[in-house]
Design a protein around this ligand. Structure first.
Ligand code: SF4
Ligand code: SF4
Length: 439
């Protein structure tokens, strides 16, 4: 694609990087077929190629964002399916990140949008605030009962997504003493929303990694992905800088072989820290190091090998591949192979490349589109023979919770159970209905 940025514009490293990305696009349109919003809406401006034109026009002319551009950018899930499809290597992720930050700087949203975006940015990354907010949502849902649909958006979406019952925050398990033949020392990111909504995932990861002989140290806090995707890049960098500082501290105490993440949305963000801080003289090196250490938990287990299997589920499990895992980190085979090795029969979900509509805060801010994507995904899951759904991202677990369908678990919970850990609640429920399956 031809670009017409001026030398003055190109002096800004952000614009220079964007120009290089734009130049790679050859307008072929292959990406449109795998873009969830184009599949749903059939509008070129809701396809990657259409958005690329809009972003080019806005950035090349140094224009403030218009309501039309914002509408089409906001509808993008940042699922990165287009990056997997693109034969030219267009780095859409960095392009849309730049455009979202430009929108945030140049466009004044209606007050209602500002309020909700600000509330989400202040609440989701803070486990204490999130816990209070979810309790209030549960209370409100009880009060309004069937009348939730009459509430203004995005309240109905928020009430639907709030868990019926919050798991208790468990006391952190004591760090296991490093084994005499330690397989290494790793950091494990505690994260933010997952620690409130599904703390059992972190506990399962930790048990499993320790069973593999790894010495696990905790990295606390939010990675910054949630606010970054809202276009608040400075806010996102603040969170990222705290994670980087902690990793450096842990490195001073002893070598870290990896920084492990068990929510793939956060993993994609950590792997991008090197890019985020590339022009920051004080943090560029450390950020690049954290990115090089960042690994999804399934990658690490796959490389080290599972501990001995002591229980074989013998169950049909649908594997839902989160976009941040399959498109953001290009990890798809490892979780499936691990589940197979642990004795599960893995069913493919048709249209597995399409997003479920979760996408960070998308299911709150774009509830109509997110709900259509959810229904489409749930329909495909119901068409499989699966009695459980395994996935690798807490956002997908919340989005696809469906009383009428198979329950959701994190892949690592099943692997932990198969190698000696406790049964996740969803698996216990399934096994109690069909005890013969529990060998
Ligand atoms: S990131 Fe996803 S929704 Fe956005 S343009 Fe690419 S494929 Fe479409
Ligand atoms: S597939 Fe790649 S090169 Fe083709 S239109 Fe989409 S982004 Fe551009």
């Amino acid at each position: 694609m031809q670009t017409h940025f001026t030398p003055a514009q190109l002096a800004d490293p952000e614009v220079a990087a964007t120009e290089q990305i734009l130049r790679k696009c050859v307008h072929c349109g292959f990406c449109t077929a795998t873009c969830p919003t184009y599949v749903l809406l059939g509008d070129e401006l809701d396809s990657p190629r259409g958005r690329i034109y809009l972003m080019k026009q806005m950035l090349e002319n140094s224009q403030p964002a218009t309501a039309t551009i914002v509408r089409h950018i906001d509808r993008c899930l940042s699922c990165l399916g287009c990056m997997t499809t693109c034969p030219s290597g267009v780095h859409y992720q960095h392009l849309i990140d730049h455009a979202r930050a430009h929108v945030e700087r140049t466009y004044r949203r209606p007050w209602r949008e500002r309020f909700w975006r600000s509330l989400l940015a202040q609440t989701l990354p803070d486990p204490r605030r999130l816990r209070v907010a979810l309790k209030m949502a549960t209370l409100l849902r009880t009060l309004v009962r069937g009348g939730a649909r009459r509430l203004p958006e995005p309240l109905p979406a928020l009430l639907r997504l709030a868990p019926v019952r919050l798991p208790r925050a468990s006391a952190p398990e004591p760090t296991a003493a490093p084994s005499a033949v330690s397989a290494g020392r790793v950091g494990l990111l505690a994260g933010c929303a997952q620690s409130v909504i599904a703390p059992q995932v972190h506990a399962a990861s930790r048990r499993l990694l320790e069973r593999m002989g790894l010495h696990v140290v905790e990295i606390e806090g939010c990675c910054g992905a949630l606010v970054h995707h809202l276009g608040r890049d400075a806010h996102g960098r603040e969170f990222a800088a705290r994670i980087i500082a902690q990793v450096l501290d842990k490195q001073r105490e002893g070598r870290l072989d990896a920084v492990i993440v068990d929510a793939s949305g956060c993993g994609t963000q950590l792997k991008d820290y090197g890019h985020l801080f590339r022009t920051d003289r004080s943090l560029a090196g450390a950020a690049a190091e954290v990115s090089s250490l960042a690994r999804d938990v399934s990658e690490v287990i796959h490389e080290h090998g599972l501990p001995p299997i002591i229980r074989r589920g013998g169950l049909e499990v649908a594997y839902h591949s989160p976009c941040s895992m399959q498109h953001g980190q290009r990890i798809d085979a490892a979780p499936r192979e691990l589940l197979e090795r642990a004795g599960f029969s893995v069913c493919d979900v048709p249209e597995g490349h399409l997003c479920c509509g979760s996408a960070g805060t998308y299911n709150v801010l774009q509830p109509a589109l997110a709900s259509r994507l959810r229904e489409r995904k749930l329909g495909h899951i119901r068409d499989t023979a699966a009695i459980l759904v395994a996935t690798g991202n807490v956002g997908c677990m919340v989005q696809l919770e469906d009383a009428a369908g198979p329950p959701l678990v994190h892949t690592v919970e099943l692997l932990d159970w198969a190698t000696g850990g406790p049964a996740p609640a969803a698996l216990s429920a399934v096994l109690s209905r069909s005890p013969a399956r529990n060998e």
